[in-house]
Design a protein around this ligand. Structure first.
Ligand SMILES: [Zn+2]
Length: 238
């Protein structure tokens, strides 16, 4: 190998090293972490759930999964199966949900009416608690599922036991509690020891200027989105 080849090889190796370190090891800023704009699948704080605890490829924070696992194992002893349907979601995954619903609901040029319909159950990209890796949707996304039989047994177990593991139903029955924001979600449980820290950080670091990049994002402040929806959680979970 002559001097020129060695120099060329060295150049290629160094270039590969810098590309790799800038792509893989790029530190995630607080704003990116809070708004889902990072790759949770390669983040060392996250873990892919074993299929015994999930229905598809789902990731959560490792600390959150440990507690979810303990809760699901405890539920199993009482004859109740708890499986995650959804865990961490990125900004772009949330934007896909938003865009699909926008295309279905947008009529007569009325952006506000469209947004209100989406916001019954789905959040704006960059505002979802699912960005944080602290929140889980469990067993079904149908309100009626939890009203009778197996679903009611599962929900009753969660209401009586989830708090022992740190989990709380953030979107409770607003007709009874006076909460604002999303409709009741009996499937959505948040691991409070972690999510409370994220909510506090969200308030400290994120403003309406950071909620951007999708249809209707310019109207977030007009509908008072942050106090009504980001803060629209059960008093029991605060
Ligand atoms: Zn959810």
């Amino acid at each position: 190998m002559n001097f020129k080849s060695i120099f060329l090889l060295l150049f290629v190796c160094l270039t590969a090293f810098f590309i790799q370190s800038s792509c893989v090891n790029k530190p995630v800023s607080d704003k990116e972490r809070l708004t889902g704009q990072f790759n949770y699948k390669t983040d060392p704080d996250f873990i892919k759930l074993p299929l015994a605890y999930s229905t598809k490829e789902i990731y959560l924070r490792k600390t959150v999964f440990e507690k979810f696992k303990a809760m699901a194992d405890s539920a199993a002893k009482a004859g109740v199966t708890l499986k995650a349907l959804s865990g961490t979601r990125s900004y772009s995954e949330q934007k896909n949900i938003w865009d699909n619903k926008w295309n279905n609901y947008f009529k007569n040029g009325d952006s506000i009416a469209c947004m209100k319909k989406i916001l019954l159950y789905s959040s704006m990209p960059s505002t979802s608690r699912h960005h944080w890796g602290t929140d889980i949707d469990i067993n079904s996304l149908e309100p009626s599922y939890f009203a009778t039989g197996k679903g009611l047994k599962e929900y009753t177990w969660l209401v009586n036991n989830a708090h022992k593991f740190g989990f709380c139903q953030v979107y409770d029955d607003m007709k009874k509690t006076g909460r604002t924001g999303y409709q009741e979600e009996k499937w959505h449980w948040s691991y409070l020891p972690e999510s409370t820290k994220f909510l506090n950080e969200y308030h400290a670091k994120i403003s309406y200027a950071d909620i951007k990049g999708f249809k209707g994002s310019n109207l977030a402040s007009k509908i008072n989105f942050i106090p009504s929806f980001v803060d629209g959680i059960s008093k029991k979970c605060k």
